[in-house]
Ligand binder design. Structure first.
Ligand code: ATP
Ligand code: MG
Length: 249
């Protein structure tokens, strides 16, 4: 597998007992790309992201992060990625600033590197003075922004973001999307994200894949996909893609 390619997912399958959650998922994420995995509840987005993040092992198939197999070389993969889970909590009794500091101490190898990380995290969070208050005083959206800041500030070569803007108001969702775009253009890293929000995906993603019942029913640039189905937006295109039978079973 290409060591310069951020991610290649190859025929991933996942069974949870009798549930066939992923039925042969394949796609790739290129350098400098924000790639969006979109689909309805239960489609298999989180399962795919958790496998790429090495938190879940595939039943079949594999994924390669810069050429490293998630199944065989999880330690190498862990050094290249950072993962924002769908539902994540923050420690309640510390301040946001402490939370970022704590993370930086784990990831950075020198003091100055840690300081840079915290500075970037503080900026990405957009929390300003509230960063110095206990996270127990934060709103849901503020906690989400802190977690996103933490995920990106360690400068992963591949950021894996499960519904990054869930729970954010329009204003802060826009800020977070800008932060993600800016991160990619500044670092040349790549992002794999999941979302239900097709508007968000159109703004953020250079390419997308539609996932439905554990199968990728189509993928391409938002413009390509809309043109293919004669749709004026991605929502319409998604409905068409599912109808035209990309999904099996
Ligand atoms: N730990 C688990 N045990 C059993 N079944 C699971 C487990 N995790 C996921 N599943 C099943 O796998 C399928 C895919 O779930 P997944 O969480 O990947 O969907 P999703 O696309 O992220 O949905 P959502 O939009 O609701 O977050 C679902 O049928 C779900 O019930
Ligand atoms: Mg999910």
């Amino acid at each position: 597998m290409e060591p310069s390619e951020p991610l290649r997912v190859v025929s991933l399958e996942k069974w949870f007992g009798k549930i066939h959650a992923l039925r042969g998922v394949s796609f790739e994420v290129r350098v400098g790309e924000v790639f969006g995995l979109i689909g309805p509840n239960g489609a298999g987005k989180t399962t795919t992201l958790r496998i790429v993040a090495t938190l879940l092992s595939p039943s079949r198939g594999d994924a390669y992060v810069y050429g490293h197999s998630v199944a065989r070389e999880p330690e190498a993969v862990k050094r290249l990625i950072s993962y924002l889970p769908e539902e994540a909590g923050v420690y309640k009794n510390i301040t946001g600033a402490d939370f970022l500091e704590f993370t930086a101490e784990i990831y950075a190898s020198t003091r100055s590197e840690a300081e840079e990380m915290v500075e970037l995290g503080a900026r990405l969070s957009g929390l300003g003075a509230r960063l110095y208050e206990p996270t127990s005083t934060y709103s849901k959206g503020m906690r989400r922004r802190l977690l996103l800041a933490r995920t990106l500030m360690v400068r992963p070569r591949l950021a894996i973001l499960d519904e990054p803007t869930t729970g954010l108001d329009v204003y802060h969702a826009v800020e977070v999307r800008k932060a993600i775009k800016h991160y990619v253009s500044e670092t040349g890293a790549a992002v794999l994200l999941s979302s239900h929000n097709m508007l968000e995906v159109e703004y953020l993603c250079s390419r997308v894949a539609f996932i439905h019942e554990g199968v990728i029913v189509d993928s391409g640039t938002p413009d390509e996909i809309k043109a293919k189905y004669g749709a004026s937006n991605l929502e319409e295109a998604f409905i068409q893609a599912v109808k035209s039978g990309g999904a099996v079973g």
